[in-house]
Design a binder for this molecule. Structure first.
Ligand SMILES: *Cc1c(COP(=O)(O)O)cnc(C)c1O
Length: 385
């Protein structure tokens, strides 16, 4: 019997070690990891510079509390704000906590309570982040949600306009709905939404927890859309595997988060901060940015060329290094077959294979993964027809 609450449905793989894009399990079997720990290990497993920064900080101090001066946090905030086009950072321990901070700040700064979010969205598992999430399966059994979240269809500007009123504090959305099935926001919708929010004094919050830190081949996905959000939230890839989240905002929001208004014991933990700064230095490097641009172009071409003609593939949606392959059949059994062939991928929704490879993988690894998916889908398609 396990002493763990059984909240996770686990795969039958137990990792023994991992480096780069590879995981080796306890039986010695090698896997190509196209999940990056669910969008976390964007630099691959155990990137050298991050490991060195963490080891150095381990030898200095691990935790002292947010009552002390923290030049490590100042440095990480400065790097992150420059990378994200923002002015202020609040450090938390996870994505959901970053969203909690954004929701609290939006309410406090505007004095309003209503927040518009989108159907099929995912914003995390704490009470406010769960309430913000536009998927019933996440909320089932937990009773009444936090009030004043309104859910409208994704990419529907008229629905946003109809739902907005005098009490609306903010609109919160993902540029690519990750958990919801890799649905990419329409450019025209995002531009109109940003203009509408500006006109009405509604804060625009972009949840970049999965789409940030280079995942879409730009630092943050909103940069594909030529808009200026008031807040963005980051986590997953920010610490390369150490737990950290951040809520970033424009300067006009700073005074609403004064001393005592929010906080966390572990938020901005020195070890996690060391990992974040080293990660940011790596992804801000011009050489990294240009190879990422090239790699993401190949990622899109290879997937489309290899998979678009296969019966059973309904749609392929890609932004940067984030791909959704929508199938006519359910994804879970296919993912199981991929693992047997040495490729680890994720589901998104029920029918989508989600690929989030490390941003440091090679073209050969992309071709290998695409080949395994193609072979597997050809066999399942023939089984089903
Ligand atoms: C993963 C995720 C979250 C939640 O992050 P946690 O660190 O699991 O709390 C929130 N929003 C989006 C878009 C995510 O992908």
């Amino acid at each position: 019997m396990s002493n763990l609450f059984p909240v996770y449905q686990r795969w039958d793989i137990e990792p023994a070690e991992a480096s780069g894009c590879t995981i080796i399990d306890k039986a010695g079997k090698e896997y190509l990891d196209f999940t990056s720990g669910i969008g976390v290990c964007n630099l691959g497993h155990r990137p050298v510079a991050v490991e060195a920064a963490v080891k150095e900080q381990l030898g200095n101090f691990w935790h002292v509390s947010n009552l002390f001066e923290q030049s490590g946090q100042e440095k990480a905030a400065s790097l992150l704000c420059e990378y994200a086009g923002m002015d202020r950072a609040y450090f938390a321990n996870s994505g959901a906590e970053a969203n909690e901070a954004a929701i609290k700040l939006a309410r406090k700064a505007t004095g309003k309570t209503k927040i518009i979010t989108f159907l099929n969205s995912f914003h995390g598992r704490t009470f406010a982040a769960m309430s913000a999430t536009g998927q019933e399966k996440i909320k089932h059994g937990y009773g009444p949600m936090l009030e004043t979240f309104v859910y409208v269809p994704f990419n529907d500007i008229d629905a946003v306009k109809k739902s907005a009123d005098e009490e609306t504090a903010a609109v919160m959305l993902e540029m690519v709905q990750g958990e919801g099935g890799i649905h990419i926001a329409d450019k025209a919708f995002v531009r109109e939404l940003a203009a509408f929010c500006k006109e009405k004094g509604i804060l625009l919050i972009i949840d970049e927890i999965q789409t940030g830190i280079g995942r879409t081949a730009k630092p943050f996905a909103y940069m594909h859309f030529d808009i200026q959000p008031d807040m963005i939230t980051s986590a997953k890839g920010l610490g390369s595997g150490l737990p950290i989240g951040a809520m970033l905002g424009k300067e006009h929001l700073a005074e609403s988060f004064g001393p005592g208004s929010h906080g966390s014991t572990f938020g901005g933990n020195p070890i996690a901060i060391a990992a974040a700064s080293a990660t940011l230095e790596a992804v801000m490097d011009e050489g990294f940015k240009s190879s990422l641009k090239e790699l993401s172009g190949s990622f899109k071409n290879v997937l489309q060329e290899t998979l678009s003609d296969i019966p059973g593939v309904k749609d392929i949606r890609i932004l940067g290094m984030m791909a959704g392959i929508e199938l006519l059949v359910e994804a879970q059994p296919v993912l199981q077959m991929l693992r047997e062939k040495g490729l680890i991928a994720l589901p998104a929704g029920t029918h989508v294979i989600r690929l989030l490879p490390p941003l440091t993988c090679t073209l050969e690894q992309i071709e290998q993964a695409a080949g395994i998916i193609a072979d597997t889908l050809r066999t399942t398609a023939s089984v089903h027809s």
